[in-house]
Design a protein around this ligand. Structure first.
Ligand code: RP5
Length: 162
């Protein structure tokens, strides 16, 4: 089976609701992806295997979402040089600030491109991945430019009561 360019991974089934936003955007931009539940704490061997094989399999970007003690994106970045985009999933206890801090503050040498908390972060993760892939793919670059132009055109100049 051919490996798609993007891996969307998440710490739990409960993260899928958020991470779906990334999948939807990749669909819109016609970018191939795979989805996996890879938990830093519950399935550490799966995380290790995914990271160890990422380059060899041909993954080009990994979008990793997790909540709470969100170690998945950082641990994945420690295991592979494939760029990791981290999505802090919103939590009930601390509103996702816990996830954000867990993902954001990486030590020198192992970067994670950290997005905003929640759904917007997941969507932006996909757009960030698209921007990286578009550097080497003119057709994708054109689709991404059009997506951005369409968004701009959809913003009204004045607010309405409807
Ligand atoms: C993290 O714990 C997951 O990324 C998830 O956001 C959070 C809660 O997981 P569940 O208890 O809902 O499976 O590992």
């Amino acid at each position: 089976m051919t490996t798609p360019p993007v891996g969307i991974i998440m710490g739990s089934q409960s993260d899928w609701e958020t991470m779906k936003q990334a999948a939807t955007l990749l669909d819109e931009l016609e970018i191939g992806y795979e989805t996996r539940i890879v938990s830093a704490h519950r399935t550490p061997d799966r995380l290790w295997e995914y990271g160890k094989t990422a380059v060899g399999r041909g993954l080009q970007v990994i979008i990793a979402g997790a909540g709470g003690a969100a170690h998945l994106p950082g641990m994945m970045a420690s295991k592979t040089r494939v760029p990791v985009i981290g999505v802090p999933v919103q939590t009930r206890a601390l509103s996702g600030v816990d996830s954000l801090y867990s993902i954001l503050q990486m030590p020198r040498g192992y970067p994670v491109a950290t997005m905003a908390i929640g759904a917007a972060g997941a969507a932006n993760g996909a757009l960030m991945a698209a921007g990286i892939l578009a550097l080497q793919d003119p057709a994708l670059a054109a689709r991404l430019d059009k997506w951005r132009d369409d968004l701009t055109a959809s913003i009204p100049e004045e607010p309405s009561d409807d």
